[in-house]
Design a protein around this ligand. Structure first.
Ligand code: BG6
Length: 486
């Protein structure tokens, strides 16, 4: 693997959950794979003055266990020798000056400032970075989602950040775009002729995109209760998947070629009227139940969640893309916490044959189906009907299965590892552009407003189920069922 250029990476929120759970393990793996330049330093920033020693203790407790069998004493020692720890209060300019002094010669090398913090700190951090000169052309800034709370607040952040950094210095991260399986989705669509002629309204009945989690809100109750599933998952990850499924083939793999096509999809999403919101969206919230046989608490009993909270932990929507390729085809999007299992998949349901010659087996509606498994399994399953052995001409459903894990044993880089390397290398194509981000907010805004205005309460569902019954009713009104219910 080619190594990156020399770099400094600065983690704002260096003692936070994201840095310890995802970012540092990802950098360790990149280091172990030999992908990081020998002259690459990591500056972790935190508010508490724990010093480097305290920080290394924290890494021992929180990062090392995440590495499992990939942990190696020698590699760990050389990895942590890249680290420095600085105390920084995001609002205190003096702390930024100390950071610049510690960085010594920040003008000569790629400097990545990763804002793994709450979004309300994005503006002061960017302004302070600019004030101490850490916005020169070699600086790249990474912004974690959610970028704001709604269209207006995300616009305010974009505007303020845009005054400190040029657009090509800003990396808005959506980690789904870094997943191997999501990259593969592009390869399947645009590397083959096989599917493209069928990839349109003439042959497709409906498309379903699901990101289901069996986890609850864990220790993020406070954040989640302010956010909810629509902002946390749908506005970002699900819409990005939708874009990749529905976009036109880009003329090249250049960053703007891909982002232009995704933007066109977002712009073609039919806006939700109040009536649409009430009839084509479902909000849910989990009650206590069981996951894998283990009892789990309901959302309102979770740590730092209001006991009368009306935040949704589940959302299902019926979207429509109004262009020549897709007009009239329902796109069902669904995500939720504490569902039956962790699965992310895209299901393309093809139309039925125009004239049925054979007696149709039970449930043969949309018998031709392509199921693209994104996680935990990476696979493509192609379902079709074939003859059941015997005298009678009876058909049965069967499938071809392509298992990408079995196909290649090569190491699969975690999404954050890939994206961090892309930032250091200056590759923007897997990051969202400002207009894309704004368009995604603009589309979800009427849904948020309507839920708010009409006080649409979330429908309860039992933890360990597939969400509220209204979610099945939503798809059944279009004559279909969710894939796992077939
Ligand atoms: C994050 C959300 O963006 O994605 C979390 O904030 C969610 O709530 C997570 O759990 C899911 O990511 P993954 O990669 O585990 O599917």
């Amino acid at each position: 693997m080619a190594t990156t250029p020399a770099f400094d990476i600065v983690f704002f929120g260096g003692t936070g959950d994201l840095a310890l759970r995802k970012l540092l393990p990802a950098l360790y793996q990149a280091h172990k794979a030999g992908a990081l330049h020998a002259d690459g330093r990591i500056f972790a920033l935190g508010r508490k003055p724990i010093g480097l020693e305290g920080y290394l203790d924290l890494l021992q407790q929180r990062v090392r266990p995440k590495l499992g069998g990939d942990y190696d004493d020698k590699v760990w020692e050389s990895f942590v020798s890249r680290l420095q720890f600085q105390t920084l209060d995001a609002g205190n300019i003096e702390d930024y000056r100390k950071l610049v002094a510690a960085m010594d010669s920040p003008g000569n090398r790629i400097t990545v400032c990763y804002l793994a913090t709450a979004p309300h700190l994005f503006i002061p951090i960017c302004q302070n970075l600019a004030a101490v000169g850490l916005n020169h052309p070699c600086v790249r800034i990474v912004l974690e989602k959610p970028l704001g709370h709604d269209l207006e607040s995300s616009g305010t952040i974009s505007e303020a950040v845009g005054q400190c950094f040029a657009e090509n210095q800003i990396y808005r991260i959506d980690h789904y775009l870094g997943k191997e399986s999501v990259q593969n989705l592009m390869a399947i669509r645009f590397g083959n002729t096989l599917f493209e002629p069928l990839w349109r309204r003439e042959w497709i009945d409906n498309i379903q995109i699901t990101i289901a989690e069996d986890l609850g809100v864990e220790e993020r109750g406070e954040f989640y209760d302010r956010t909810g599933a629509l902002r946390d998952m749908l506005q970002s990850h699900l819409l990005q998947l939708l874009c990749i499924v529905a976009m036109e083939p880009p003329p090249s793999l250049s960053e703007d070629a891909i982002r232009d096509e995704k933007l066109k999809v977002l712009r073609s999403l039919k806006p939700f009227s109040t009536e649409d919101v009430l009839s084509k969206s479902v909000r849910g919230q989990y009650r206590s139940g069981a996951i894998n046989g283990m009892p789990v608490a309901g959302y309102r009993e979770e740590l730092n969640v209001a006991p009368d909270s009306n935040t949704e932990t589940f959302v299902a929507l019926q979207a429509e893309i109004v262009n020549w390729r897709w007009a009239g085809i329902p796109f069902f999007l669904r995500t939720g916490k504490r569902l039956q299992e962790r699965v992310a998949e895209i299901v393309i349901n093809f139309r039925d044959v125009p004239h049925a010659l054979f007696p149709s087996p039970l449930g043969s509606h949309c018998a031709n189906r392509m199921v693209i498994g994104l996680q935990p399994k990476e696979s493509v399953r192609l379902y079709f009907l074939a003859k059941e052995p015997g005298d009678a001409m009876n058909l049965q459903s069967t499938y071809l299965n392509l298992d990408f894990h079995a196909m290649s044993k090569s190491r699969r880089a975690d999404a954050y590892e890939r994206l961090l390397l892309d930032v250091i290398r200056g590759q923007l194509s897997l990051f969202m552009r400002r207009d894309e981000q704004a368009q995604a907010w603009a589309w979800v805004e009427p849904i948020l407003e309507c839920w708010n205005k009409h006080s649409v309460p979330p429908k309860p569902y039992t933890a360990g189920s597939w969400g509220p019954a209204a979610s099945s009713a939503l798809v059944s009104r279009a004559g279909v069922v969710w894939h796992e219910e077939t």
